[in-house]
Design a protein around this ligand. Structure first.
Ligand code: MSP
Length: 513
């Protein structure tokens, strides 16, 4: 079976961290993209999980008087509960302490070790280690002697390690990125990766002996595998690399690894080189988004600026949460969260533009035409502009989301919402309703407005699954929302005349602050 699954991943999170909206940003974006591809009728497979090995786990466990496994077992559910609350519909959740993963790490290590090119060799490492990054730094990479990402002290470490001969992959990586420029996006990130590769690559250490928490190297079990080598492997584990070759053929290579830009070199340099060394194809794309900033700096636990997603979901609801971050911050760039901007965006786009539109149209259907969708008009009138707006929005939405301009995709949908609102103001069905002679015009207008809402409900379903389902229910459409597929579901004229609408509560009640 050739590859036929759209396979998309998030980074796997450190279980000892407390989830914050920066982490959730990656996961919600990934969920949106996975849902969008499902809506297009593709089989999508969305993987997330937790990165449970590494030096900081035994340290943190000891502080709490726990064994490392007990510790990660207690911490990991705090991640899953966030994803559940945020309606993140992953297909698989991987924990790197699972046997299936250890098997895959062992297989990948063995494949590289035995590739006949001596890509793994024994050496001594002396360096400065940041436990929070689980990475070594050189003196000149530090900022004021501290880790450039966490602004925390680094440890001087010297140990016998196995190394991966990354330096041998410089040319192959460059060739790979030349042949597949889309393999790192956005472009600024690609340039960064290319200049790092051109600047020369240093071999990196792939084992540790100072602690035992990890996957033992199959040929020298005194060493455990370096946490990043271990963690990156999760992407092939879940695709069946060690256990199910037929599945692996359908799934691999991954279509997109979504990551934040801080972990770009691991994903765009280490990972493809590791795979090449093991004779496995590199991922098709690594897509690095920007940071959520607080006071101009990356939101982070160590800086105590983390906002837990629940703090916002409790107030704004899960749909608004998902929509806000994707719509407010141009996907790919850094952006700041602020409570005020979230209230403003909620009230403008959701309460006013979409929510009021839906309640207005449903109320008019109720009041003027007995709560049933009228017949479509026999000849075209001013309502054709809604058909055009819906068609245009669906096409632009598709183009933008496939190009990962998630923000632009949502803006296209809201362009259509705005067009329906403008149309209603101009056609003024409330005035038409007063004049029996203009009944046909009124019905044409209400048919078109209901039909536009149907298409809008389908389009918003990947970003706001709950609001979409409620709107769908209020429209009273028989077929299930889950069965709708784009682009077919966006073709004009599918809502059946006679459909009984059911007015319900406001989709997005206005917020005062
Ligand atoms: N465990 C590694 C990833 C291993 S993947 C094989 C790791 N975990 S992390 O929990 O520290 O970070 C996970 C993701 O959250 C990264 O993509 C990171 O960029 C993202 N974010 C963490 N803070 C962030 C912001 N303030 N803003 C946006 N995303 C950020 O690294």
């Amino acid at each position: 079976m050739p590859k036929d699954v759209f396979y998309v991943t998030t980074p796997i999170y450190y279980p000892n961290d407390v989830p914050h909206i920066g982490h959730a940003y990656t996961t919600v974006a990934t969920d949106f993209v996975a849902r969008y591809h499902r809506l297009r009728g593709e089989e999508a497979f969305f993987l997330t999980g937790t990165d449970e090995h590494g030096k900081k786990v035994p340290q943190a466990a000891r502080d709490q008087g726990l064994e490392p496994q007990e510790f990660v077992d207690r911490m990991e559910p705090r991640w899953r509960e966030v994803w559940e609350r945020l309606d993140v519909a992953y297909d698989d959740y991987i924990r790197t302490t699972e046997p299936r993963h250890e098997k895959a790490v062992t297989k990948l290590l063995t494949a590289v070790y035995e590739n006949g090119r001596d890509d793994i060799y024994l050496g001594t490492y002396e360096g400065l280690y940041c436990v929070s990054c689980e990475a070594y730094y050189t003196e000149d990479e530090l900022v004021n002697g501290l880790c450039p990402i966490h602004a925390s002290p680094v440890e001087a470490v010297s140990e016998e390690n196995y190394f991966f001969r990354l330096s041998a992959y410089q040319d192959r990586l460059l060739e790979h990125y030349e042949a597949h420029p889309e393999a790192v996006e956005p472009e600024a990130r690609r340039n960064e990766v290319l200049s790092t590769i051109k600047g020369g690559l240093r071999d990196f250490s792939i084992s540790r002996t100072s602690f035992a928490w990890g996957v033992p190297l199959p040929w020298d079990p005194k060493h455990v595998c370096y946490v990043w080598f271990d963690a990156l492997t999760n992407y092939v584990t879940a695709a069946g690399y060690a256990e199910d070759p037929a599945r692996f053929e359908r799934m691999w290579p991954a279509d997109v690894h979504f990551i934040g830009k801080d972990i770009l070199r691991f994903h765009a340099i280490y990972w493809p080189a590791m795979l090449m060394a093991a004779g496995v194809e590199p991922p098709r794309q690594v897509w690095a988004h920007g940071f959520l900033l607080v006071g101009g700096e990356k939101m982070s636990k160590t800086r105590l600026t983390g906002i837990h997603p629940f703090e916002l979901v409790d107030h704004f609801g899960v749909d608004a949460y998902r929509y806000y971050f994707l719509r407010e911050i141009q996907f790919g760039q850094d952006g700041s969260f602020s409570w005020e901007s979230m209230v403003a965006r909620y009230n403008a786009d959701l309460a006013n533009d979409l929510g009021n539109l839906a309640s207005r149209v449903l109320a008019m259907l109720d009041q003027y035409v007995g709560g049933r969708v009228p017949q479509p008009p026999r000849t075209h009138g001013p309502e054709v502009r809604l058909a055009e707006a819906a068609r245009g929005a669906a096409a632009e939405y598709d183009e933008r989301v496939l190009a990962m301009d998630l923000t632009g995709g949502l803006a296209a949908v809201w362009g259509c919402v705005g067009e329906v609102n403008r149309y209603l103001v101009e056609v003024a069905p409330w005035a038409l309703a007063k004049d029996q002679a203009r009944r046909a015009e009124l019905e044409a207008c209400l048919y078109a407005s209901a039909e536009a809402l149907r298409i809008i409900a389908v389009m918003i379903s990947p970003v706001m699954p709950r609001a979409a389902a409620r709107l769908w229910e209020q429209l009273g459409i028989d077929s299930a929302l889950e069965d709708q597929r784009l682009p077919e579901a966006a073709s004009w004229g599918a809502i059946a005349p006679g459909t009984r609408v059911r007015r319900g509560d406001a989709l997005f009640p206005r917020l005062e602050g």
